[in-house]
Design a protein around this ligand. Structure first.
Ligand code: SF4
Length: 351
């Protein structure tokens, strides 16, 4: 697969990415006078990386609401966990709040973030007669419905996820408090009451977990509670799975890995862990290129680069541009699959 990308600095550069085992080819950037003095750095881009269909849809929902209804549009919680995205939307007239109580009764629309919300949130919006638009990713909504279906059939739910993450708060908030037990680690599984073995049990998971860690936790659950039921289809979403697989594919070839993403982005943090667990000597998470201490790359010949599902490609381009200031950069992309999923916008916005 041949791709052409345009970087703000250095003009058009063509590269050929490895796709399902195709040979690599590196095409060096435009020669510049000082390149002889710079150390070479091969940047190995993981693909897929960056925006997923759920994030793309959530951002489009806010932008479309701003176009259709004018500013301001309120957004409950960061629409996606990325400061660059949030700041761009603020500049267009979005106002971010953490709770509906911060929004005056002024008739303006409010958008719920891609992570999903507990049922109490739309209920409160309904009570206050607010005009709300739900940008919950359809793959998170699928987990909500699944948990509800199991609950209606009399099951207790074991949710595998990170305490305090908005998605976990949203999923737990679909059901009465006592209906859901949260486990974060293998140790938590060991601490579940033995009496649960006499109950009907089902598990579901946060969509952005480590695929490998979650498989171990599920295995431990099945060992303790052999009758426990799982989801019909995997809850960890395609984007999380693909981004982790793409990092695994380049980890051993990389002397270091940079993951672009926010500190509160679950899937971005998992990419850092996956990189080091799969053979990359060191990995770090940065929000923007400006945060990088370039001495961290001393002795690094091949730098793996990826981005969490809420980080735009523009931040990768920014990193490459910044790296060119310090290194004689070559770029190669290694793609493990292509993603074509697109989620429709809510009917209320497109009508
Ligand atoms: S990471 Fe997965 S679940 Fe989360 S918004 Fe993207 S596609 Fe949806």
């Amino acid at each position: 697969m041949i791709k052409t990308i345009v970087f703000p600095e250095g003009g058009r550069q063509r590269y050929i990415c490895a796709h399902f085992g195709e040979a690599y080819e590196r095409i060096r950037p435009n020669a510049s006078g000082d390149r002889m003095t710079k150390q070479p750095l091969a940047i190995l881009l993981a693909a897929p990386r960056g925006f997923c269909a759920g994030v793309d849809r959530a951002i489009q929902i806010v932008e479309t609401a701003l176009e259709k209804y004018g500013a301001p549009v309120y957004v409950r919680h960061e629409i996606v966990h990325n400061k660059f995205v949030v700041d761009s939307l603020k500049a267009k007239g979005a106002i971010f709040v953490e709770e509906l109580s911060e929004i005056p009764n002024d008739g303006r629309p409010v958008v719920f973030s891609a992570h999903g919300v507990p049922k109490s949130v739309p209920e409160e919006a309904g009570r206050r007669d607010m005009f709300y638009i739900d940008a919950t990713c359809p793959l998170v909504s699928k987990v909500h419905r699944e948990a509800e279906r199991h609950f209606e059939k009399g099951y207790r739910i074991v949710l595998i996820g990170h305490a305090g993450h908005p998605e976990v708060i949203g999923t737990m908030g679909q059901l009465p408090e006592e209906a859901v037990l949260l486990v974060e680690t293998l140790e938590d599984v060991g601490e579940l009451p033995a009496a649960l073995a006499t109950e009907k049990l089902a598990y579901c998971t946060q969509t952005t977990l480590s695929v490998d860690d979650t498989a171990q936790i599920v295995e431990a659950l099945k060992q303790r509670f052999p009758a426990i039921e799982g989801p019909h289809r995997e809850d960890i979403c395609y984007a999380t799975t693909n981004r982790q697989a793409a990092v695994k594919a380049i980890a051993q070839r990389s002397d270091a890995m940079i993951v672009i993403g926010a500190p509160n982005s679950s899937n971005s943090n998992r990419l850092v862990e996956v990189a080091t667990l799969h053979g990359c000597p060191k990995a770090m998470l940065v929000q923007r290129a400006a945060e990088i201490d370039w001495h961290w790359l001393d002795g690094v010949k091949t730098l793996g680069v990826t981005a969490g599902a809420s980080a735009p490609e523009r931040l990768i381009e920014e990193l490459v541009t910044a790296a060119r200031v310090h290194f004689d950069v070559t770029i190669e992309e290694q793609a493990i699959t292509e993603e074509n999923l697109v989620f429709k916008l809510p009917k209320s916005l497109v009508a």
